[in-house]
Design a protein around this ligand. Structure first.
Ligand code: SF4
Length: 377
């Protein structure tokens, strides 16, 4: 069975009705059972994500914190993104890189990627996340292989957040040195998925949904998934992402699974936010996911404010990006250009602190910033 079959079963599920019917006793029961791997089932996750669970945030936080310390210790992994191309043939209605947005697009040369890599490595970062839009003609396999291979000279972990590929293509990038794969479904609710991805290869819901499974079969050691909050109804999207992560953990027990909670920024695409996730909802989602999956990695990017990220260290986060630039060539290449550069950012950074400042904050919180916890031999 693939996760597509499970996702299909939930397309007609009455989430609103279920959440409305959850009682304090239901939440207390789920919370009491939390603490062991696979102890909570899908109903427990729904209970912990329900409005009734808002009255339990403090005990949920205490248990989530204890579980995070048990499985991860006092550590926060650090990584940085590197955008190598912003060409894209998709029409995601919420993204500044979409095909109908008019701006001068760039694909970095290998020499430019190396400049960026050096600058990022000089910050102490050893885990890198490589991002592109979806335009295979501009970033063909040979280019991606060369880019990955180059980056392995500077980073011990090279993760990909590029367009969904076949298992064979992923296997090539694995052999080139990439070890991890991130792919966000963005929206699990199919009707809305089609509405916000009207054209381009990304309009294929099933191909995207099954990407993490292809990646795991191709041999990636770590998979990152998640919804883009702001698109679908937040509680049901958080639930679908949670059971997706659980499915992957059970199907591929040797693969590290992590979830992320990117929140849409109102400036992205100028689209009104129908389903904004507020700070309380963000925290509730993180806690529910942690209680549901004690070993789950939870990534929080620089989309979130410095003040908010500082608090999340104690609530289950395990990985932060730091010193991030979300435009192509943002670390060095743009600065080196003499003319006004017409590039655009995919989303605005809110936590603009340097890697040193983020590391110091982690230490001040009693945790250890981890720059390197993996090396491919
Ligand atoms: S979200 Fe990704 S696929 Fe969609 S338009 Fe932006 S860069 Fe392209």
């Amino acid at each position: 069975m693939s996760f597509l079959e499970i996702a299909n079963q939930y397309q007609s599920f009455d989430f609103a009705g279920y959440f409305k019917g959850v009682t304090s006793q239901d939440v207390a029961g789920s919370l009491a059972r939390a603490g062991e791997i696979n102890r909570l089932d899908a109903h427990d996750l729904l209970n912990l994500l329900s409005p009734a669970a808002l009255a339990f945030l403090e005990p949920m936080a205490q248990k989530a914190r204890a579980l995070t310390l048990q499985y991860f210790g006092r550590t926060i992994g650090l990584y940085a993104p590197i955008y190598i191309s912003d060409f894209c043939s998709n029409h995601c209605t919420y993204c500044g890189f979409n095909a109908s947005t008019g701006f001068k697009r760039t694909t970095l040369t290998l020499a430019q990627i190396e400049l960026e890599a050096k600058a990022i490595a000089d910050l102490g970062i050893r885990h890198i996340l490589v991002l592109t839009g979806e335009a295979p003609a501009k970033t063909p396999m040979d280019y991606l292989e060369d880019a990955v291979s180059l980056l392995t000279r500077y980073f011990s972990s090279v993760a990909l957040e590029v367009f969904p590929m076949t298992e064979e293509a992923y296997a090539r990038l694995r052999r080139a040195g990439a070890d991890a794969l991130t792919v966000y479904q963005e929206v699990y609710e199919q009707g809305l998925y089609q509405a916000v991805h009207p054209k381009g290869p990304k309009s294929d819901y099933a191909f995207r949904l099954l990407t993490p499974e292809r990646g795991a079969r191709a041999g990636f050691r770590a998979l990152g998934i998640g919804p883009l909050f702001g698109l679908g109804e937040t509680r049901s999207e958080a639930f679908m992402a949670g059971i997706h992560a659980r499915f992957l953990e059970q199907e591929f027990p040797d693969v590290e699974i992590s979830l992320s909670l990117p929140r849409m920024n109102p400036v992205e695409g100028g689209m009104p936010l129908a389903n904004a996730l507020d700070d309380t909802g963000f925290v509730q989602t993180m806690l529910a996911w942690r209680l549901f999956m004690p070993r789950l990695g939870i990534t929080v990017s620089t989309r979130e404010s410095a003040q908010f990220r500082d608090r999340l260290i104690h609530l289950g986060a395990t990985r932060f990006s730091a010193g991030s630039k979300t435009d192509v060539g943002g670390y060095t290449v743009r600065n080196a250009q003499t003319t006004d550069c017409d590039t655009t950012v995919q989303f605005d950074i809110t936590d603009t602190r340097t890697v040193d400042q983020v590391s110091q904050m982690i230490r001040d919180s009693g945790y250890q910033p981890v720059f390197k916890d993996w090396e491919m031999i």
